[in-house]
Design a protein around this ligand. Structure first.
Ligand code: PA5
Length: 423
């Protein structure tokens, strides 16, 4: 198999002195050992997800949904929705079953969705590792009750799939698991050692992907390739850390030249932010920009604004299109565009932005995909997950928890129970 991602780090590395690089590489070795040890101890289950082989339940469930339902409602938030959403946007769907993600407990959005679907022909996949996320449960309670009224009770087990933690440690607190048991609903397990935002390659992402007709074996094969050739991913995580800590660039801009990767950028931002921001000095802020669109929006800020950012540009070698600009009398002073493949225009925009960023002395690296495929997307997921873990160990923090977010959840629950917030 060809390389799913080609990494270009020359300009980024040139920003560091030899002494700095030496220090970074020494630290990287320590992070590598930590990761290796934790992986051996089965603490980092997400690293082994590309090697899963038993998809029978998932495939049967997906087939059942595709055969009998017009709509699949995927209910989840954060790590339980962003990855699958990103994959569907990047790769499209070949399924007749439309897939709608419900994340925010926004009544207007839910009303709109309900008006446009036939509940009698709808399946639910509710996803929550903890089984107690308020936003997800609020939506699920409404939809489950509506579904119960719309279809015979005995059909529920063919319409509702619950993706949650396998054999939950805190069974009492995992309401979804309890509901699954009460109504004999099928459970798609998330292993305990797979944290939410690192779970796209588990049942969390794979069921929606299968319903969309996406080749999950290709996705996992791309992830395996990165795992087996992880040098550049370790380098990326290390340089990201160094760019923040040594070059004093606290903002990370992910800048793909393809709007089909806009939701992947959201997924990346969540992964980077929630994993790495654990103290005043360990929070590199992720930002999203889409080329060429944001050349007309954010680029001025990037070039002449505060020099506090570094950039990961992403481009495709082949956009798999034969569209060209015709030779037409409309062209006039644009005659150099005659017969120009449209992808060449976008690629030139990317190169020009990269050159401008470098001229303005910004740290820049580039990722090139041969094309946007399941294979390269799987590689991107795994690359960013592993790089985030590497950076986390370099910051010497836990990149897998989110203690501060838990506080907000606690306060929301207090408010909804009618208790007051003391602050
Ligand atoms: O990465 C994480 O752990 C979070 O973003 C979770 O995915 C998010 O809070 C949803 O949690 P849950 O899957 O438990 O509903």
């Amino acid at each position: 198999m060809s390389q799913p991602i080609v990494f270009e780090f020359t300009h980024l590395m040139n920003r560091f002195s030899d002494v700095q690089l030496h220090t970074l590489f020494k630290k990287r070795e320590v992070a590598k050992q930590t990761l290796k040890q934790k992986r051996q101890n089965k603490e980092l289950g997400f690293l082994d997800l590309p090697y899963q082989t038993n998809f029978l339940d998932l495939k049967k469930s997906a087939q059942k949904i595709k055969n009998s339902c017009e709509t699949l409602l995927v209910i989840g938030i954060g790590g339980s929705s962003l990855g699958a959403k990103a994959a569907l946007q990047a790769l499209g769907t070949s399924s007749k079953t439309q897939i709608i993600f419900l994340e925010n407990p926004n009544p207007a959005t839910l009303e709109h969705t309900l008006k446009n679907i036939d509940l009698k022909k709808t399946a639910l996949n509710v996803i929550s590792k903890s089984g107690k996320t308020l936003e997800t449960l609020s939506l699920f309670f409404i939809l489950f009750e509506k579904l119960r009224k719309a279809i015979p009770e005995k059909e529920l087990k063919n319409r509702v799939w619950i993706t949650t933690e396998e054999a939950p440690t805190q069974l009492k607190e995992n309401f979804l698991y309890q509901i699954a048991q009460e109504y004999s609903l099928p459970v798609l397990p998330i292993a305990q050692n797979v944290p939410g935002r690192y779970s796209v390659l588990s049942a969390v992402g794979l069921l929606p992907l299968l319903v969309a007709g996406i080749n999950i074996e290709e996705i996992l094969s791309g992830a395996q390739t990165i795992d087996q050739n992880s040098r550049d991913t370790y380098l990326y995580g290390t340089l990201a850390y160094g760019t923040h800590q040594l070059l004093k660039k606290p903002l990370t801009v992910f800048f793909p030249y393809d709007e089909r990767l806009s939701l992947l950028s959201d997924w990346f931002c969540q992964l980077w932010a929630e994993s790495l921001a654990k103290s005043e000095s360990s929070g590199p802020t992720p930002l999203k920009a889409i080329g060429a669109l944001d050349q007309h929006s954010l680029l001025q800020l990037f070039l002449q604004g505060p020099q506090d950012k570094w950039y990961t540009l992403l481009t495709l070698e082949d956009y798999q299109s034969s569209l060209s600009i015709p030779q037409t009398k409309l062209l006039k002073e644009f005659s150099y565009l005659a017969n120009m493949p449209l992808e060449k225009v976008l690629q030139a925009e990317q190169k020009a932005t990269e050159a401008s960023l470098i001229q303005f002395e910004n740290p820049v690296c580039r990722l090139t995909l041969p094309s946007l495929s399941a294979y390269s997307l799987g590689a991107l997921f795994y690359h960013f997950e592993l790089a985030t873990a590497v950076a986390g160990y370099l910051y010497e923090i836990n990149p897998f928890d989110q203690p501060a977010v838990e506080q907000g959840k606690l306060l929301t629950r207090k408010l909804l129970k009618g208790e007051s917030l003391d602050f």
